[in-house]
Write a protein that binds this ligand. Structure first.
Ligand SMILES: C[S@@+](CC[C@H](N)C(=O)[O-])C[C@H]1O[C@@H](n2cnc3c(N)ncnc32)[C@H](O)[C@@H]1O
Length: 284
C-alpha cells in the first residue's frame, strides 16, 4: 500500500517546471494541504494513504495545470494575505507579500486617531485583500473599496463575507470619475503600474494568467493612475489625512513629485525588504 510520503514523491515526479526543488516542494505542500488535508508532518510521517480514483484524477489534473505555468493560487482558488486566506480567480491579481507593507503603514498612521473612527478608501481593490484586512485589524474603521471590474468586485465581496468584514464596495473608474465619498482619513491604492514594454520581461505565469487590467499601463503614461489618484484624493482627504500607494520600483521619485505637485506634504518613498522603492505616501 502507498503512503503519504510516496504519494507526495509521485506527485512531485509529475511536475516538469524548471523551478528549484524547494519551490516545487512548497507548491506541492499547498496542494496536499488543500486537497488531501495533509500537512508537512503528515507527509513526512509516511502514513498509509489510499487515494480514491477521484483524488488521483484531481492530483493529476493539478500537476498538468502547474506544468502549464498556471499560478498555484488560481488552481487552488485561494491565496494568503496578512495571515488570512482569500478567494482568488483569474479576474483578480494574486495578493503579493509586499502589499502587506501598505497595511502596516496604515495601521501605524491610524494609531494617531484617538477620538474618531477613521474612514478609509481602497482604490482598485481586486480580491479585496486590503480593505478586508484593514477592517479585520481595525474593526472601528469605516472601510470602502472600489474597482472598475465587476468580476473583481464579486470576489472582493465574497471575501468580505467569508471573513466577516463589513466593507462597502463600489464600482468606480478612478481615471474618469471623482471619488463619490465625503471626508476621508486614508486613501490607499495598489493600482496597475507595469509599463506595457516591461510586460515582455515578465514570467509566463503572471503574463498568461493574471488580469492585464490589473497589471498594465501604457508606456507613454505609466503614472496615469497616480496622477488621477493624487488629484482626486486631495479633494476628499481631511487635514492630516494620508494618501499611500504601492509603486513601480522604477518610478519612486516621479510618483513622489506627483504627490508634491498636488500639495501633499511629508512625502516619503519607502523601500521593501529587497531594498526597492515600493511605497509613496504623503499627508494633506
Ligand atoms: C494591481 S491590482 C491591485 C489589486 C489589489 N488591491 C491588490 O493589492 O492585490 C489593480 C486593480 O485596479 C483595478 N483597476 C484597473 N483600472 C481601474 C480604474 N480605471 N479604476 C478603478 N480600478 C481599476 C483592477 O481591476 C485591479 O483590480
Amino acid at each position: 500500500m502507498k503512503n503519504s510520503k510516496t504519494v507526495f514523491q509521485d506527485f512531485i515526479a509529475n511536475i516538469t517546471l524548471k523551478e528549484s526543488t524547494d519551490e516545487i516542494r512548497s507548491i506541492a505542500y499547498l496542494v496536499f494541504a488543500k486537497i488531501l488535508r495533509l500537512d508537512r508532518t503528515d507527509i513526512l510521517a509516511a502514513k498509509p494513504l489510499a487515494l480514491d480514483q477521484e483524488q488521483e484524477k484531481e492530483l493529476y489534473t493539478i500537476a498538468q495545470r502547474i506544468n502549464k505555468h498556471e499560478p498555484i493560487q488560481y488552481i487552488l482558488g485561494e491565496a494568503e494575505f496578512f495571515g488570512r486566506m482569500f478567494k482568488v480567480n483569474s479576474a483578480v491579481l494574486i495578493p503579493r507579500p509586499e502589499t502587506e507593507y501598505l497595511i502596516h503603514e496604515i495601521l501605524h498612521h491610524t494609531n494617531l486617531y484617538k477620538n474618531h473612527a477613521p474612514h478609509i478608501l481602497d482604490i482598485g481593490t481586486g480580491s479585496g485583500c486590503i480593505p478586508v484586512t484593514i477592517k479585520k485589524e481595525l474593526p472601528e474603521a469605516s472601510v470602502t473599496a472600489t474597482d472598475i471590474s465587476t468580476e473583481a468586485l464579486a470576489i472582493a465581496k465574497e471575501n468580505a463575507l467569508m471573513l466577516n468584514a463589513s466593507v462597502e464596495f463600489l464600482q468606480h473608474d478612478i481615471l474618469t470619475q471623482n471619488i463619490p465619498l465625503g471626508r476621508l482619513d486614508v486613501v490607499v491604492s495598489n493600482p496597475p503600474y507595469i509599463a506595457q514594454t516591461e510586460g515582455a520581461l515578465m514570467n509566463r505565469n503572471v503574463l498568461q494568467y493574471e488580469p492585464h487590467l490589473a497589471l498594465f499601463v501604457p508606456d507613454d503614461d505609466a503614472l496615469k493612475f497616480y496622477k488621477a489618484i493624487a488629484v482626486k484624493a486631495y479633494e476628499v482627504l481631511n487635514d492630516g489625512g494620508l494618501l499611500i500607494v504601492e509603486i513601480n520600483e522604477r518610478f519612486g521619485h516621479e510618483t513622489a513629485a506627483i504627490f508634491k505637485a498636488n500639495h501633499f506634504h511629508d512625502v516619503a518613498i519607502m523601500k521593501d525588504l529587497d531594498g526597492k522603492d515600493r511605497i509613496v505616501k504623503g499627508i494633506v
